[in-house]
Every structure is written in structure tokens, then in C-alpha cells.
Write a new protein. Structure first.
Length: 302
């Protein structure tokens, strides 16, 4: 189990240390003599490596023939017609598991991290406050086009400011990655008091622990949405070009509210792992912030 990206850290430190780390990793896999590899990467590298190392059963998806080194595979052209988790569960058929059970996301938080989060809340005098998370970013998977997934930062500020004006017991935490600091700073400037900007300041496990302490999260489609869902935290999420039926909260629940621009006919345009180059972003601009505010209030009152 790797709790963080140890390989990337080694590469930053030293190429020689990185090569040694990779060699040690391969040696450990060989010594364990794993009988099964479940490869969700959609690439060919892992299945090739484990084939060379002697793993007999290698299951995964065959997308554009990238699964050619798998021993058993499911042919896909993309995740398009059902939730991505349903695709993952389909892989179980390849190892003889055909029964389907009700399932939901679950991401464990260690007792050490729980204590860290409790101390963080206590040190910042947040005991007794209703914590609301804001996650205005769009993640790294879309690279320079991450803005295609982002609701405008002034909309996040407006919703948060409106709630702060109405309720004295609320406190906002802003979450985001290191390359989203500028975006999160814009939202922080739009608020006055009762907000802590944590963008770029936390490790992922720390973010998960603090998200678990929140009552509600307002976010775009991305990892923080699914982290919150895994912690049974209520969410209001914004979906633009991405299909919420495929990448939305799982399983669907009244606890997780999704907002889309129903009148925009070209959405969702993200299909088969490709998205349309767009200049207007109507699927995000048409989302009414008053509607989002009402959904936030409804979640807080439920």
C-alpha cells in the first residue's frame, strides 16, 4: 500500500534514487508472487510489467488495444452509458464474481488523522461551528483546460457570502490543489471573515480528514466530490461538460445534489475520454447561482 506518490518525490530528489525505488518496487512484486492483478489504468504498462513478472491473471479494460497484455479484458470505447463504478464492477465477472450487491464509496480515515483534524478545528476555534467546504477547482486531469469544469469563482463567493449573511453559525473551509491557489484566493477575497483558505496547504489524507468534519461541500465535478460522498458528507456539485450519470456521486442519494444546465442541449460533450473545445462554456454559465444557493440552504436545513 502506497499512501502517497513516493516515486514522484524520489524523481524530484534524484534520478538514481528514482531508479532504485522502481527496482525495489519490481523486486517486491516478484517476491510476493501475486496471482491476480486488477488493472484500472487504461494503459498497457502495468499489464506488460506484471506479465513479465509472471502474474498469470491480469484483468482490466481494453481501450484502443491498450489492454493487449491482459489475460482477460473488457472491451470499451469509453465510460459513456452508465456510471464508471458500474464499469469497474463489471470486471468482477472476469474472475467469476457475478452476483451484484448494493454498494457505496467508503474511504477510511485513520484514528491519527481523525485526531489531527480534531486538533486543527480546536486550534482554529471552530468547535461548535457548522463547517462548509468550498472546492472551486476542476482537478488536474484536464490540464490547461481545467477551467472547462469550473463554475466561476464569483459564483462560489456569492453563494458563500449569502449564507454567511443569513447564518452566524457557519464557517467556510476552501479546499484545492497547489496549482489552484490563485483561484481559491479570489474566492477568499470575496468573503469577509469566517473562512480559512486551505488551498495548497494540506496533504491529501489531511484534506480527507477535514472534509469528513464538514457538514456540506459545494464543489465542481472532481475528486473532492467523491471524497465527500465517501465520508457521507452532503454535497451540492456543479456539472458542466461531464455527464453526471457517469461521473456523479455514487450511488445516487438525496444527500448528494447535482446541478446541471438542463436547457443547454450540447451537454454533456465529454464522451469516450474526449471533450469538445468550447469558447462559450454555456453549460456552466447557465447554472443559476440562486438555484445553487437554495439547494445549499435546503441541505443545511435537512
Amino acid at each position: 500500500i502506497f499512501e502517497k506518490d513516493e516515486f514522484r518525490n524520489e524523481l524530484k530528489r534524484s534520478k538514481i534514487a528514482f531508479i532504485k525505488k522502481i527496482y525495489d518496487f519490481i523486486k517486491r512484486i516478484r517476491l510476493k508472487k501475486y496471482g491476480l492483478v486488477v488493472d484500472l489504468s487504461l494503459g498497457y504498462q502495468l499489464s506488460l510489467l506484471t506479465k513479465v513478472l509472471g502474474t498469470k491473471k491480469r484483468i482490466g479494460f481494453n481501450f484502443r488495444n491498450r489492454g493487449r497484455f491482459l489475460s482477460s479484458k473488457l472491451e470499451i470505447g469509453g465510460f459513456d452509458d452508465k456510471h464508471v463504478i458500474e464499469y469497474y464492477l463489471d470486471l468482477l465477472r472476469l474472475i467469476g464474481i457475478t452476483d451484484r450487491y448494493e454498494t457505496e464509496l467508503d474511504l477510511a480515515v485513520s484514528s491519527k488523522l481523525e485526531k489531527w483534524a480534531d486538533n486543527c478545528i480546536s486550534e482554529n476555534i471552530l468547535l461548535g461551528k457548522r463547517l462548509i467546504g468550498l472546492a472551486p477547482g476542476g482537478g488536474k486531469s484536464w490540464g490547461q483546460d481545467a477551467s472547462y469544469r469550473r463554475w466561476e469563482p464569483e459564483n462560489f463567493s456569492y453563494v458563500a457570502r449569502s449564507l454567511l449573511d443569513k447564518r452566524e453559525d457557519l464557517f467556510f473551509l476552501i479546499f484545492g490543489a497547489g496549482d489552484e491557489v490563485g483561484l481559491c484566493n479570489l474566492i477568499e477575497k470575496g468573503l469577509t471573515g469566517r473562512v480559512i483558505n486551505l488551498c495548497g496547504k494540506l496533504l491529501l489524507p489531511q484534506s480527507i480528514a477535514l472534509i469528513k468534519k464538514c457538514e456540506l461541500i459545494l464543489c465542481n465535478n472532481g475528486s473532492i466530490l467523491h471524497i465527500a460522498a465517501s465520508q457521507k458528507v452532503k454535497t451540492v456539485s456543479i456539472f458542466g461538460p461531464v455527464d453526471d450519470r457517469v461521473y456523479g456521486p455514487y450511488p445516487p442519494s438525496p444527500r448528494n445534489k447535482v446541478v446541471v444546465a438542463d436547457r443547454v442541449k450540447c451537454r454533456p460533450c465529454y464522451k469516450s475520454f474526449k471533450y469538445t473545445t468550447c469558447q462559450t462554456h454555456e453549460c456552466l454559465k447557465e447554472i443559476d447561482r440562486e438555484k445553487v444557493l437554495k439547494l445549499m440552504e435546503k441541505s443545511l436545513n435537512s
